[in-house]
Design a protein around this ligand. Sequence first.
Ligand SMILES: CC(C)(COP(=O)(O)OP(=O)(O)OC[C@H]1O[C@@H](n2cnc3c(N)ncnc32)[C@H](O)[C@@H]1OP(=O)(O)O)[C@@H](O)C(=O)NCCC(=O)NCCS
Length: 180
Amino acid sequence: MSPHTDEGQIARAPFRPLPFELKTQRLILRLWDRADASGYRELVGERGDPLPTMDEALADIDGARESAPGRGIHLLTLRRRDDPSMFLGYCGLVIGRASIEEPEIAYELLRSAHGNGYATEAAQVIVDAARATGRTRLWSTVRPWNPPSFRVLEKIGFSRDRVTTDDGGDIVWLTRSLDA
Ligand SMILES: CC(C)(COP(=O)(O)OP(=O)(O)OC[C@H]1O[C@@H](n2cnc3c(N)ncnc32)[C@H](O)[C@@H]1OP(=O)(O)O)[C@@H](O)C(=O)NCCC(=O)NCCS
């Protein structure tokens, strides 16, 4: 996933925008900045996707910053509050395989940041912020070989809905109501 995702999609429903900055006990979530280009390239490299050049990474980040206000949902970078210079990854809402009304929650962290509960902590505040936009349901689509992602979703109240298939194999759909 690139920080500039769901290109061309426009928020049509009357939802409040997801904030551009959120805080948890240990983390700051905020909009992408050009200084995140190196961390973003590292994340793509760890994923095994073709490595973007620095210019391509900067263009992706510029695109994310420009498109976020119009769409109302976006990915936010993660940093520790006690060391905000260190990029850890991202978490946020995307249309993905779902919709602007009922978007997907998405997260990806650098390997060095795994296993500290950061994804769960970030995803929980995104769920709360999604509810505050006026939305009533979120989705996530996960490949069956990703137990850590299933565990994060379980911890923040998602449950399995169905399995579909594409060229990459099975996709497990999970969902969470945001009703009070
Ligand atoms: C999924 C991901 C974001 C999780 O990040 P994280 O910060 O390590 O997640 P957390 O520490 O909050 O929680 C991970 C949970 O999975 C568990 N877990 C880790 N590896 C596991 C495995 N192989 N089998 C079962 N559970 C596992 C952890 O023990 C933890 O659960 P616990 O708190 O009950 O002990 C991270 O692995 C990642 O970036 N993966 C690559 C990108 C990706 O897959 N994104 C999601 C696409 S759907």
